[in-house]
Structure formats: structure tokens, C-alpha cells
Design a protein around this ligand. Structure first.
Ligand code: NAD
Length: 250
């Protein structure tokens, strides 16, 4: 049975990935800093290894990997998805952005990915596994006042091709750049809601809808499969066609 670690796997896109891999028969571990969400994930699926880990904290990541190694036994890790991070891209005017908030954003995405990849590589080598880094369409295009998030996501994109050339041929590394993915139904119970979108919000996407975590999970499942054995160092925009649309004001 194949094994995966998904960071930020207790809610949102990460939860969608966890559910998809479980349905496909994988053993799945998740790290997430939200204690309630981790407890709910474990209650919903006792077969998971679900650990409270802040991926930007070196000691916490080390402790999390000790648990993961015990759980894997002699086996390796077939897939690492570095997905955790602060999902709200807005930072307000750059003149008012504190160094603390700038660092918090970069730490959650970039330092977090570095720490889990560094710990994960020996386990991934054992299984000839693969890595997926969760970037964003915002690595390539921006709305105003999103500098810290855009910088974080650009860093993950660059990190993915650097890792691909360093870690081949044992480990493949790819990067996913989601557009607007609706995660309201994938939050912990307290915050869960049924998403409502206007027709205009849907229609602006060439596919006519907003994305779901399942859309991203399907791509992760493909990138982790043998069918993707010749794919590494690549970026995959998955945004319902938004980035292909040329927008001019009338
Ligand atoms: P979400 O907030 O619904 O879920 C993120 C999960 O990660 C949460 O459970 C949270 O507790 C956890 N997390 C946050 N920081 C963490 C940390 N330091 N250590 C461990 N866990 C942490 O967000 P989401 O929308 O599912 O986003 C998941 C990833 O996808 C993020 O990297 C986000 O930037 C990226 N992304 C999301 C969208 C979107 O439209 N939803 C678009 C592009 C990229």
C-alpha cells in the first residue's frame, strides 16, 4: 500500500487531497496546526495518522517526522504534498506591512516546505516517491496588496524546479498553481458553510464554475502515479481557464 504525507491536510484543499488518496487506497498521514481540525479528521477516519504540527517550527516538524517514521515502520514515503500555509493573500498597503507579518507569511509557506522536504527526502528516496509543492496562480499574476503571499508562492515555484534537478532520478518534484478553489465545505465543523457564488463569479471562468478541492486532488493523484513517471520540474496551472482570459476595461 502506498503512503503519503499531506501538510495542511485537516481542512481545505489538503483535506480534499487526503480524502481522494484514502478513496484510492493510500495510507495517509497529515500534519496541521489546527488542533480541532486534526481531532475531527482523526474522528472521521481513524486510519489516518493526524498530527498537530506547525510546519514553520523546526522542532515541531522533527517531532512530527518521528511519529511518521514509527507509523511507516520499514516502509518509505511515496508522496509528500507540501500544501500548508496561510491561505489569505491580502496584506494591505506595503507601507503598512510589518516585518512580523511578512515573515509569518513566508515562514508558513516557504520555510514550512523547506523543513518538511528536508525531513522527507530520506523517506521518499526509500520508496522512489514524489513531491508536490502547492503554489498559486498568484506566483504569476497578482491583485493589489498581496506581496507577501505572491513572494511566497513564487518562491515555492522556483524551489520546485531546483528540487527536481537536485533529487532526480530518485524523486520527482512538481508544482501546482491553483486558481480560485472554494474550500468553505472543507473547513472544520465550526467554520463550515455552504458556498454561494454569483453567476458572474462563475461565468468569468472559461469552464463556468469555481474550483473544488477535488479538482486539485485529481491532479495530485495523477502526479503521484506511474503515469506521471516522465514528469518532473513542471508547473501545473489549474484555474478553470482564468489565466487564459485577456481582460481589458471597455
Ligand atoms: P485552508 O485555510 O482551507 O487550509 C489550510 C490548512 O493548512 C488549514 O487546516 C490550516 O490549519 C493549515 N495550516 C496553515 N498554516 C499551517 C502551518 N504553519 N503548519 C501546519 N498547518 C498549517 O486553505 P486552502 O485554501 O485549502 O489552501 C491550501 C493551500 O493551497 C495553501 O498553500 C494556499 O496558499 C494554496 N492555494 C489555495 C487557493 C484557494 O483558492 N483556496 C488558491 C491557490 C493556492
Amino acid at each position: 500500500m502506498k503512503s503519503a504525507l499531506i501538510t495542511g491536510g485537516a481542512q481545505g484543499i489538503g483535506k480534499g487531497i487526503v480524502q481522494r488518496l484514502r478513496a484510492d487506497g493510500w495510507r495517509v498521514a497529515l500534519f496541521d496546526l489546527d488542533k480541532e481540525a486534526v481531532a475531527e479528521a482523526k474522528a472521521d477516519d481513524p486510519g489516518l495518522l493526524a498530527a498537530v504540527v506547525d510546519v514553520s517550527d523546526e522542532c515541531a516538524v522533527r517531532r512530527g517526522f518521528e511519529q511518521l517514521k514509527d507509523w511507516l515502520g520499514d516502509g518509505g514515503l511515496d508522496l509528500l504534498v507540501s500544501n500548508a500555509g496561510i491561505a489569505d493573500p491580502q496584506n494591505g498597503p506595503i507601507e503598512n506591512l510589518s516585518l512580523h507579518d511578512w515573515r509569518r507569511m513566508l515562514d508558513s509557506h516557504v520555510t514550512g516546505a523547506f523543513l518538511v522536504v528536508r525531513q522527507g527526502v530520506p523517506l521518499l528516496r526509500k520508496a522512489t516517491g514524489s513531491i508536490v509543492l502547492m503554489s498559486s496562480i498568484r506566483a504569476l499574476q497578482s491583485e493589489p496588496e498581496t506581496e507577501a503571499y505572491a513572494a511566497s508562492k513564487g518562491a515555492l515555484l522556483a524551489m520546485s524546479h531546483a528540487l527536481a534537478v537536485s533529487l532526480g532520478p530518485d524523486i520527482r518534484v512538481n508544482c501546482i498553481l491553483p486558481g480560485w478553489i472554494e474550500t468553505a465545505a472543507y473547513q472544520k465543523k465550526e467554520n463550515r458553510s455552504t458556498p454561494k457564488h454569483t453567476e458572474a463569479e462563475k461565468a468569468q471562468h472559461p469552464v463556468g464554475r469555481i474550483g473544488d478541492p477535488e479538482d486539485i486532488a485529481g491532479l495530485v493523484a495523477f502526479l503521484a502515479s506511474d503515469d506521471a513517471g516522465f514528469i518532473t520540474g513542471q508547473r501545473f496551472v489549474i484555474d478553470g481557464g482564468m489565466a487564459a482570459r485577456l481582460i481589458y476595461t471597455d
